[in-house]
Every structure is written in structure tokens, then in C-alpha cells.
Design a protein around this ligand. Structure first.
Ligand SMILES: *Cc1c(COP(=O)(O)O)cnc(C)c1O
Length: 404
């Protein structure tokens, strides 16, 4: 079986984890701080906080901004549950909007239609690694008529004076937009280092801060360190220093911190991300594109255009003019031929919990049609050229068997 997305575990990773274990310091400490510094350099963000998942990072920042019951947060219907669940955790209402047909990302036109005086944040998702239309989204939240709708209820909301843009960049570490990297494109960006993501620490995430003046991102970073560790004003590493065991609890914070064992993996991966991981992933994308470009049934994903470039996270192949049942039959045939593929994503209004909340997929026709004809192909470091060829052949055979 060719798996869908195994992590890259080699001797370098194993040796760094062993070194972290042998150092005697396994929770948040010097490796996490160094990983934060490397991520800051990589993304050019103003400050980066590592956390134990992207989900935690997204919730932490919604909480920081004071999102609560009675508020609304706009997000795409086409995303993973994490994006919406954190809004529910805060007691706010997820306001799903439809996608673009050309690239799977959230439609800016639909965002505009969904804004109300209750809207506190927008959570664009860089589906498959392709950055959303950040120029348009950033301009929209700054438009005078949109700003005048905004009703601030906390000090942070007052200071920002508009809707916050909280990017779910779980897929897009290393993507580009106008010569800038993801992590540096909007107010807040959150990455995921879950096991299937481009860069993994088994579980983990990072929050990139780029809030405009009068915010001080360094100060907010320091506050978020406290907020993500029980509201405790010193972490365990600081407390372990001589004469430093006194501490205070300044609020009922969360337990969202990253461990140094996770950071050990991240440090190996970030150093070889640009010049090794992304090159390999791009070469797999290029092989898929070369193979499918002449197939009449194939609808190729947007990988790059004048202003953006993907992080080559997942290859979202669409098959033209098929219905959901045909797509499922194709996937079954692919699995029978020992290749694992996936669907990114089942839109959230199709999920039991969100259906029960009253959402209906009928209101998101583009998200549905993107989903119904989509097949995600394997892309990962250890996928060999021969295996890539096998995936291509198996996919073509399966599609052509079902549609002709
Ligand atoms: C993986 C993923 C997340 C969640 O990341 P975790 O680190 O597992 O919390 C959030 N959003 C999207 C779109 C994802 O694919």
C-alpha cells in the first residue's frame, strides 16, 4: 500500500529527540524558544509563539481578542472541523461562507455579504497550502463602511478598531504571497505541525503575530506565553532557575504550551524545509501536473499565479463532470489498487453537529461541488519517483474506468 502522508522520520529526527531527552529538559524550554526564533526568521513575523496544536493557537487568539457569546466569526464551509470548533468553544457563532470554484479558498465576495455588526473575526483557510486573497481580505476589513459597522467590546477590539483577520494556515507554512511568506500576511496566522502536515512535530502549532500599531507584538507574545500556561507568570524553565521558585497566577489560563521534544523535531525540519522538503514536494506536484495536464477529465489545482505560490501541501485533483457517487467509486478503485488517497474536505455543513446547529450544505453550492469531484493525492518526502508513477497510473485507470 502506498500511504497517504507518513511523516519523515530519519536518523536526524531520532537523534535530536534523543538529545532532547538526554538533556534532562523535556517540556517547554530552550528548544521551544529556539524553534520560535527560527520560525520568526523564516516567516518574518513580528513574534511567534509555539503551542501544542493549531487548534489551541486559534482558540487562544480568539480568546485573546475577547470573542464570546453573541459574536460571529466568518470562516469557509470548506475546511477542517478545527477552524469552526474553536469558535463554538468560545460561545460565538460560526458563519460559514462559500468557496471560490477556481482555487478552493474562501470567496471574498461571500465574506463581504456575511459581515454584520456582530462580526469580530474572519478566519481564512489556506486550503492545500495556497494562500487566500489576503490583499482583498485585508482591504475589506479596513474599508470605512465595514469599520463603521464594527462594535468593539474589549480593549483589544477597541485598539484594533475593526474585524481581526485570524488566518488558519495549518497547510501553508512556506507558501508565498507578493514576495512575503505566510505567517506575515495578516494580523494573526496559525500553523499546524500535526503529523500529516508539511512540517511536523507529531502534534504542535505556532501563532505568528503581526498586529498593527498601537499593538506591541513582543508584549502580546509575552502575555500569550502566560495565557497559554495557566496564567502563570513564569514557566517551569524559568522557575527551575536558582531562587526563582515564586510565581503568581494572573488569570485562569490554558495548557497549550509546546514541549522541547516536539521542538526538537521542528528544529530539524525547519532547517531543511526550504532547500529539501519544499523542493521534494514541488517535484511531486510537477509530476502530477505533467501527467494530468493532457487529460480532458482532469481539473488541475492552482499551484502558483502572479502573486502567490502554494506550500505544496496536498494535491487537490478534481475530475470534471462527475457526481459524488462517481468520485467515491473512483476512490474505491484507487484503494483496491493499493494507493491511499483522501478527500479535503467534507464541508462542515454536511457534518452531524453542524447540521444539528441548523446549517445546510444547500447554501454552499461551490463548496459542495468542489468536494464532490475532489481527490487528494499523496505528497510526502519519502514518496519515490516510482511510487509517484504508480499513483498516476492507478488514478488514471480508476477515473477512466468509472467515467468512460
Ligand atoms: C490540521 C488542520 C487544523 C488543525 O491543526 P492541529 O494542529 O491538529 O490542531 C486546522 N485547520 C486545518 C485546515 C487543518 O487541516
Amino acid at each position: 500500500m502506498i500511504p497517504f502522508s507518513p511523516p519523515r522520520i530519519d536518523d536526524k529526527i531520532i537523534n535530536e529527540i534523543v538529545a532532547a531527552l538526554k538533556s534532562g529538559w523535556i517540556t517547554t524550554g530552550p528548544r521551544t524558544k529556539l524553534f520560535e526564533k527560527k520560525l520568526t526568521e523564516f516567516t518574518d513575523a513580528k513574534a511567534v509563539l509555539c503551542v501544542n496544536s493549531a487548534t489551541a493557537g486559534l482558540e487562544l487568539l480568539l480568546r485573546w481578542f475577547g470573542v464570546k457569546e453573541g459574536d460571529e466569526v466568518i470562516l469557509p464551509a470548506y475546511t477542517y472541523a478545527a477552524t469552526a470548533n474553536v469558535i463554538v468553544h468560545c460561545g460565538a457563532k460560526p458563519v460559514f461562507v462559500d468557496s471560490n470554484a477556481h482555487d478552493f479558498n474562501i470567496s471574498v465576495e461571500e465574506i463581504e455579504k456575511a459581515i454584520t455588526p456582530r462580526t469580530k473575526a474572519i478566519m481564512p483557510v489556506d486550503i492545500a497550502g495556497l494562500p487566500c486573497d489576503y490583499n482583498e481580505i485585508n482591504a475589506l476589513v479596513r474599508r470605512v463602511d465595514i469599520k463603521s459597522l464594527f462594535e468593539p467590546q474589549t480593549k483589544e477590539q477597541e485598539q484594533l478598531g475593526r474585524i481581526m483577520v485570524l488566518a488558519d494556515a495549518a497547510h501553508s507554512l512556506g507558501g508565498w504571497y507578493e514576495n512575503k511568506r505566510t505567517g506575515n500576511l495578516t494580523d494573526i496566522t496559525v500553523f499546524s505541525f500535526h503529523a500529516v502536515k508539511n512540517l511536523t512535530t507529531a502534534e504542535g502549532g505556532a501563532v505568528c503575530l503581526n498586529l498593527p500599531l498601537p499593538f506591541n507584538n513582543e508584549e502580546i507574545y509575552k502575555y500569550l506565553c502566560i495565557k497559554s500556561l495557566h496564567g502563570q507568570n513564569k514557566d517551569a524553565f524559568q522557575k527551575a532557575k536558582i531562587g526563582n521558585c515564586q510565581y503568581d497566577i494572573v488569570e485562569a489560563g490554558y495548557k497549550f504550551n509546546m514541549t522541547d521534544i516536539q521542538a526538537a523535531m521542528g528544529l530539524v525540519e525547519i532547517d531543511r524545509y526550504d532547500n529539501d522538503m519544499l523542493i521534494k514536494r514541488k517535484s511531486i506536484f510537477d509530476k502530477y501536473t505533467a501527467a494530468f495536464i493532457n487529460k480532458k477529465w482532469a481539473w488541475l489545482p492552482v499551484i502558483t499565479n502572479e502573486i502567490k505560490e502554494t506550500s505544496y501541501h496536498v494535491y487537490l485533483l478534481r475530475v470534471r463532470n462527475i457526481i459524488e457517487e462517481q468520485r467515491d467509486a473512483i476512490i474505491e478503485a484507487i484503494f483496491k489498487a493499493e494507493v491511499a488517497v483522501n478527500v479535503h474536505f467534507i464541508p462542515l455543513p454536511m457534518m452531524t453537529f453542524y447540521k444539528k446547529m441548523g446549517y445546510s450544505i444547500d447554501n454552499y453550492p461551490v463548496a459542495y461541488s468542489n468536494y464532490a469531484c475532489e481527490i487528494s493525492l499523496p505528497v510526502y518526502y519519502d514518496l519515490t519517483d516510482e511510487q509517484t508513477e504508480t499513483v498516476i497510473n492507478v488514478v488514471c485507470e480508476a477515473v477512466e474506468k468509472v467515467i468512460y
